[in-house]
Structures are given as C-alpha cells and as structure tokens.
Design a binder for this molecule. Structure first.
Ligand code: FAD
Ligand code: NAG
Ligand code: NAG
Ligand code: NAG
Ligand code: NAG
Ligand code: NAG
Ligand code: NAG
Length: 610
C-alpha cells in the first residue's frame, strides 16, 4: 500500500517560463533540481519507517532492520509487515509537523487566517529589548529617517499614505540581526529588510507598519581571495564600493564583481532581487555570482547555506532559494561572491540596423556562433531620437535600432579577430553602419550613448515633457527569438497613447526596459499600458520581470505568469520558514486572505481583459 502512495508526481507544473533572465519569485527550479534525489530517498524512507522516526527511537530502528532481514523469509513477512504498520502509524501521528501544517504540499491563500501581529504594547516592549541588545544609537524613530524608509519617490509605486515604519533599526553584525529577529518573532512584530533602497516595485514598503531593518551599516569587506576569485562581504556592501575597493588594491585591480544595477544598491538587495544589468550577458545575474550566504531566519536562527567551493551537490540549494526571495524568507547578513576577471583587452562596437528584426536576428546569430560578449545592449529608434536630441554625445547617429557591443579578449589581436567575425555577421544582416573604437578613450566615448541612457531619458522628461514628468522603468523579458515581434507589438500598443517611450534592452538576456515618460496626469494611462505590456510579454512566453522583481507593484502580474499552485507552493515555503509571517509581509504574493490589493497610493491597475 504505502509503496503506491509514496510516488505521485504524474503532472509537472511549469515552474517558470522559457526564458533565461527572470526575477520571478522563488527559484523553485533550483530547489527542485536539488530535491529530486531527495524525494527518491524519501520513498525509501517510507519503506523503512525508521527514517521517519530518526534517532529518537532506537527500538523502531532495531525493529525495522530486523524487519528487513525477516522480510526475505516468507514466514516472517506477514507478521513483520503488520508490526511495521502499527509502529509507522504511531510515529507518523506524533510527527510535530503534522500539528503545525495541514497535510498538503501547498498553501492556498483561502486556507489561511489573517496574520496576527503584535500591537502598540508589544512594539514598545520589542523596541526596548532591541535597544538593550544592539544599542540605543542603532534604533531610530526620527521623522526624517522614517520618511526615508517609507517611500523612494518613484511615482508609479507610491505607498499608501498610512504605510510608514515605526522604527528603523541598524544592526552591525549577524548577531545583532539574530537578536532583532528573536525579539520580533517573540512579539510578532513585522520586519522589513532594507539596504540600498533602489528597488523599483515597492519591495520594502511598510504595509504593516512595524520595523525596518536597514543593513546599510554592515558594510565591511571581510575577505578577498584573488587565487580563488571570490570575496566575502557583509550584506550592506555596495557593488560600486566593492569594485572601487578592488580597483584601489594592488594585485586586485584586474578583478570585478560581475553584476551591476542601481548605482547605490547593495549586495544583499541585489541578492534579494536576482539583479543583473549590463554585465549579465557574460557573467549572469546574481544567481550565478553568489556562492553562499549567511542568513538569519524569522525566529533569529542563523544559518549558512554553504562553504566556499564553487561547485557543490550538498543538499538543497538554499542559496538558490534565497536569491530573489525579496526579504520574505530571511535576512541576509553576509555573502560569499564570485569575482570576475576583467578582459585584458576590450573594445566597443556600435552597429545600426534598418529594422528591429535585422537587429535581433544578428544578436541571435552572434550567440549561436558561440561568441562570448562582454555586453550587448539594444537602443530602439525612440531612444536613439532622445540620444540625438540630447546632444550629449559627439557623434550623430541615425535614429534607428542600434546595438552597443563590448568585445573582450586576452589581447588586441584576439579582439581584432572577434571584431572581424562580428562585422561579417552584422553585414549579413544588412547593418546600416558598423563602427568600432580604436583606442580605450574612443571605446568609452562610443559607449557613452548607452551608459548615459538613463540620464538622457530623465533630462528629456524634466526639460522637454514637464517638470513633474516621470519615468516608468519596465522590465518584461522574453526569449530572444520573440524579442523583435514582442517589441513591435508593444510599439503598436504605445502608438495609441500620448506618452513618449524609449527602449533600452539587455538583449543578451532578452531582457528589456521599455520605459514610459509620462506627465503626472498620465499615470493612470501608463498603468494601463504597463499592464498590457506584461500581457504581451507573457503571451510571448516571457516573464513580467526580467530583473527588478515583484515587490508590491508586480504581484498581480505574477499571478498571471505562474499557476495558482506554483504560488501556493511559494506560500508554503514562506510559512514553513516564517510561520508568523513577520518578514517583509505582503511582498511577492498575498499572505493574508483579507488583502484587497490596495497597497499603492493611487491603487493598482484594474484587471484588464486582454
Ligand atoms: C537608476 C536605477 C537603475 C537600475 N538598474 C538596474 C539594473 O540595471 N538591473 C537590475 O537588476 N536592477 C536595476 N535597478 C533596480 C535595483 O537597483 C535593484 O533591484 C537592486 O537589486 C536593489 O538593491 P538595493 O540594495 O537597493 O535593495 P533594496 O531596495 O533596499 O531592497 C530590495 C529587496 O531586498 C530586500 N532586502 C534588502 N536588504 C536585505 C537583507 N539584508 N536581507 C534580506 N532582504 C533584504 C528588501 O526587503 C527588498 O525586498 C535599478 C534601479 C535604479 C533606481
Ligand atoms: C535568477 O536568474 C536566473 C538567470 O537569469 C534564473 O535562472 C533564475 O530562475 C532566477 N532566479 C529567481 C529566483 O528569479
Ligand atoms: C545554487 O544556487 C546558487 C545561487 O543561486 C547557484 O549559483 C548554483 O548554481 C545553484 N546550484 C545548483 C546545484 O543549482
Ligand atoms: C534586413 O533588412 C533588409 C532591408 O531592410 C531586408 O531586406 C532583409 O530581409 C533583412 N534581413 C534580415 C535577416 O532580417
Ligand atoms: C537629429 O536631430 C535633429 C533635430 O533635433 C534633426 O534635425 C536630425 O535630422 C537628427 N539626426 C538624424 C540622423 O536623424
Ligand atoms: C594573442 O593571443 C593569441 C592567442 O593566445 C596568441 O596566439 C597571440 O600570439 C597573441 N598576440 C599577441 C600580440 O600577444
Ligand atoms: C505623482 O503623480 C501624481 C498624479 O497621479 C501627481 O499629482 C504628483 O505630483 C506626482 N508626484 C511626483 C513626485 O511626481
């Protein structure tokens, strides 16, 4: 009987869409890979109940092993099976998990009660204890500081007026974080982890008005190993800080951290959003650049997800689970990261194309030929119009789709060879122009149009549209082969609206920012466009977020992207690790059946029937 019951995986859910870059929820694929083997051993464990009872029962263990021996003899089999059945049942019933969790693999929202958080009294007590443990000077309730941790002024995801933290706490060490979490757990106080504050979708808004845990004062670089190409840092080290440190230390200048994103972002924030950026084409997003982390769980337990080797098959991939978890599962306090080696020789090529399709076909062929580029960025014709308009670059480009490519190699000769090949591919696809830099200075100059794209857009917003105009960064991602048609569909959509738009894409990952430049009064319209844009992305086998993550702003899109059961499984993981639901409540998915999607000041976009 129990043999039949133990396997049950007939239907496979699609856990993620078929794309390379994604910041969607928890990395269920990674966990599943690691757990595949494990589920087999579970099967065996069921067959031998001693595994269930672990070391707590010597007698059951002894009985089971005798059982195996006796099973081979026909005579003993019947009696032993009966005995095993009774023993197994007793033990099964006593498993503590059985009382904590209902017997199911997922947690649908409807099966939950609303979380119960501590009130005013508990908050006061908790803060007193936190002050005692980490020092008064590291607990702040000053208006300006609370304000700073309330909102990052991105108009499209402003928090509701009443969403404001009550205290900001600044731990200095893993022990501090553990102390804070123990106390918060005891009094059921919501805790929102925060570091650089640059995330774009309301990732750290205080929907439950408790404590913001700011790791920015944990900013020490603890260890660098140039021989192993890795580094251990405290959570609040900025990626720019890390690169500046490497640049400034003799013997480390050739090293670089492989991910970049918002200029003031910190490593732990980047881990929590699976950030990527321009270098991801070569080095991958955060997921590929994190070796292991030290984390504090909701009840204050400190764990380390691994040691220092780059490759391991030791148990579940908890590093992978925490990457992209947006502060909902644990607080990261330290991380061991890979370092990358800068190309000894690098140059920049700028290639313009008559059509988007020509352009993406070129990119696809470059990858199919096995080229490893340092960066490949696409600016669409609208963006090139802004570049021309801004006069911020010395060159005048045609206002057509343009690729900015960084090619690297071990010496100039090699780079030159690459360029020759690259040029041939571009010519095959009817490139309108192909330019490359002959010196480092020229390379930097050629790349400026891409490097300054953000400032170009912002300046256009403020000076040419409206002094209160805003920029909405979107980050849908699709498989490369769908990129051109997806962008065309989105262009067509945007034609119907008055807002300006400009696209900058990390095409290597099929990840693009189709940004809207909107006047204050166009906010509602912009929401509608973004919602439709996500639908177009999803229809093209894409994801609603290639690198920014879900936060509050994209929660409803995640519901469209993944099946309800997949979200219910994420919720189960959340509850397993954070049973009181105190860590960054309401982010990524709902944890409260009473949640009515009214977390943002102007409300979230209405459900559209597209
Ligand atoms: C101008 C600009 C450009 C950007 N460009 C890019 C880009 O190219 N690529 C890209 O991927 N993103 C980009 N972003 C988005 C943003 O920079 C990234 O999402 C970044 O990873 C956020 O890091 P942060 O330190 O600011 O995190 P925060 O905003 O402070 O937090 C991000 C999330 O991590 C959680 N968190 C923070 N600290 C901890 C911790 N110690 N433990 C557990 N959870 C924690 C928070 O609760 C939150 O959910 C850009 C943003 C801006 C403003
Ligand atoms: C992080 O990005 C990688 C590669 O783009 C992807 O495979 C992985 O699923 C992502 N993880 C999460 C949690 O989004
Ligand atoms: C585990 O996760 C880390 C970080 O996301 C990743 O670098 C590593 O490749 C993963 N390992 C496996 C076996 O999936
Ligand atoms: C590239 O563009 C040219 C001219 O617009 C067109 O004739 C050709 O078919 C395109 N080629 C590819 C491969 O997209
Ligand atoms: C650049 O913009 C100017 C006006 O702003 C325009 O006259 C010119 O034609 C544009 N250049 C190209 C190559 O489109
Ligand atoms: C560049 O590297 C290639 C490949 O290793 C080698 O064959 C060549 O001699 C090198 N050229 C120079 C100028 O160093
Ligand atoms: C945000 O948008 C609203 C309109 O929805 C506008 O009134 C307000 O001025 C904007 N705020 C900022 C800071 O741009």
């Amino acid at each position: 009987m129990w043999r039949k019951r133990s396997w049950g995986c007939h239907r496979q859910e699609w856990l993620v869409a078929r794309i390379k870059g994604s910041s969607v929820g928890y990395d269920a694929v990674g966990v599943r890979v690691a757990s595949k083997m494990y589920s087999r051993s579970i099967w065996r464990a069921r067959a031998v109940p001693r595994m269930l009872t672990a070391s707590r029962s010597f007698s059951a263990r002894a009985a089971a092993s005798t059982g195996w021996r006796l099973l081979s003899s026909r005579a003993g089999a019947g009696a032993i099976l009966g005995a095993l059945g009774v023993g197994g049942y007793l033990y099964y019933d006593q498993l503590p998990t059985r009382q904590v969790f209902p017997e199911r693999s997922t947690t649908p929202l409807a099966t939950l009660e609303s979380p119960l958080y501590g009130g005013e009294k508990e908050l006061k007590l908790a803060v007193l204890e936190i002050q005692r443990d980490i020092g008064k000077e590291n607990v702040n309730a000053q208006e300006a500081d609370l304000e700073l941790h309330t909102d990052n002024q991105l108009n499209y995801t402003r928090p509701r007026k009443d969403y404001k933290p009550r205290y900001v706490v600044y731990p200095r060490s893993t022990a501090d974080v553990s102390a804070i979490m123990k106390i918060a757990h005891k009094y059921s106080i919501p805790v929102v982890p925060y570091s650089g504050g640059t995330s774009l979708e309301g990732h750290w808004y205080s929907t439950r008005c408790g404590i913001v845990l700011d790791t920015s004062r944990m900013n020490k670089i603890l260890r660098v190993s140039p021989d192993d190409l890795d580094v251990t840092v405290q959570a609040g080290v900025g990626w720019k800080q890390l690169n500046a440190y490497l640049q400034g230390h003799p013997g480390l200048e050739h090293l670089i951290f492989g991910c970049d994103c918002g200029p003031t972002a910190h490593i732990c924030g980047m881990i929590n959003t699976n950030a990527s950026g321009m270098k991801a084409t070569k080095f991958g997003p955060m997921k590929m650049n994190v070796i292991s982390v030290t984390a504090v769980l909701a009840d204050g337990t400190v764990i380390k997800t691994g040691r220092r080797p780059r490759k391991t098959s030791a148990g579940y991939n908890l590093t992978g689970l925490l990457v992209g978890s947006e502060g909902t599962l644990a607080v990261i306090t330290e991380a061991t990261l890979k370092l990358q080696v800068k190309s000894p020789s690098e140059t920049v090529a700028v290639v313009q194309f008559p059509t988007l399709t020509n352009c993406t076909k070129t990119v696809s062929e470059i990858f199919k030929k096995g080229f490893q580029l340092n960066a490949i960025e696409l600016l669409d014709s609208e963006m090139m119009k802004l570049v021309n308009h801004s006069k911020s670059v010395s060159k005048e480009y045609k206002e057509i789709p343009t690729l900015f490519i960084k090619v690297g190699g071990i010496n100039k000769t090699v780079v030159k060879e690459y360029l020759k090949e690259l040029r041939a591919i571009c010519d095959n696809h009817k490139a309108a122009s192909f330019e490359f830099a002959k010196s480092d200075a020229e390379a930097e100059e050629l790349f400026t149009a891409r490097a300054n794209a953000l400032y170009t857009m912002l300046e256009y917003c403020y000076t040419d549209i409206h002094e209160d105009a805003k920029l909405w960064f979107t980050d849908v991602a699709v498989p490369l082969s769908k990129l051109a048609s997806t962008l065309e569909e989105i262009d067509e959509l945007c034609e119907k609206y008055p807002m300006k738009h400009a696209m900058v894409g990390h095409v290597g990952e099929g990840n693009f920012h189709y940004n809207l430049l909107y006047r204050p009064e166009e906010l509602e319209m912009s929401k509608e466009v973004v919602s439709k844009m996500v639908d177009i992305g999803l229809r093209n086998e894409g994801t609603c977020t290639g690198e920014h993550g879900i936060g509050l702003g994209k929660r409803r899109y995640l519901e469209r992207e993944l099946s309800p059961s997949t979200l219910d499984m994420m919720r189960k993981l959340k509850l397993a690790l954070d049973p009181k639901r105190i860590l960054n409540p309401d982010k990524v998915f709902k944890i409260d059946p009473a949640d009515e999607d009214n977390h943002l000041s102007a409300g979230e976009p209405k459900e559209l029937n597209t």
